[in-house]
Design a binder for this molecule. Sequence first.
Ligand code: PLP
Length: 392
Amino acid sequence: SITLSHRVKAVKPSPTLAITARAATMRAAGKDIIGLGAGEPDFDTPDNIKTAAINAINNGFTKYTAVDGTAGLKKAIIAKFKRDNGFDYQAKQILVSCGGKQSFFNLAQALLNTGDEVIIPAPYWVSYPDMVLLADGVPVIIETGQAQNFKITPAQLRAAITSKTRLLVINSPSNPTGAAYSLAELKALGEVLREFPDVLIASDDMYEHVLWHKGEFVNILNANPDFYDRTIVLNGVSKAYSMTGWRIGYAAGPADLIEAMCIVQSQSTSNPTSISQVAAEEALNGDQSCIDNMLAAFKKRHDYVVAELNTIDGIECLPTDGTFYVFPNVEKLIAKLDGINDDLEYAEYLIETAGVALVPGSAFGCPGHIRVSIATSMDNLVNALARIKQAS
Ligand code: PLP
């Protein structure tokens, strides 16, 4: 057999994509499976965005573009940062990539040397630790739980920082917990970070627009404007505009770091798809009411699912601030169920006996929980909840 690299042996395939694939295979075999594993909105990409892409094809905009993105899309991104976040960036501070996933991948490759530490609060988006490992970095996980609404405290942050810390990752609102940090919480984390000027911060704002808590969206840079030269803001069109398949994400930050990330990209994928870039430009510049429609549906489903889950003996589910996930604690339920010892076995039990596919909390570094995606129809949610209840 072929000897593979130590890097690839250190990582695992994305568990969330694996669950979705497993549900699809079972469905193809004739099983009745409701999928609550999805990490993408169940809505179609809005028509104005599709039309822009179709026009791009018809106009022959089908060739290589600049590696870092077209001038038009970068302009739209710069305008978006000003409009939504109050941030000023120049074109050389922006890198457009093939999804938010590649943005973070480029960052890890451009920044980390062997042994460099990256602080990742758990529960975390499944890809952060593995992308750090692929760059020969060391993920340093800070554990949080329901009691602290899955958010790290300043004391936890301080305890995690060492002389090798290169980067802190903040994802708010969070996949998988739906929790968003407040301005005050981000200021408090900022006080710790101010003592360690060499630590950079990656603010993953992918779910910025999928937010219903009171008040505006804020990230760590809003709370600590003096961190401008040490913060990389990551965002994209996948979640807000239901464009997961188009593969457009973007990063903004210090020009020298962005340039280094662009070099990584120039030797891997080159530019993201020309047609998708035109679509993303329309998404950012065009009518934003599509976001409100999606948000209203997610909020309704969220309220229903959280209330229903909490009626089940052994399940405790916090309401969230946003995203299309809820992240209930199921430890007491697991303790009650014969032959089920942990969240992995519980997820397996649900898919096999109840026909409900969802992702166990362990995949996000938080055992004893499950991630329920509400990016599916109300009918599916009603059926799924009845099945989960039945199996409890
Ligand atoms: N960041 C977070 C927190 C996510 O949940 C995701 C997608 O699941 C991404 C980034 C990447 O999104 P994409 O690569 O599809 O643009």
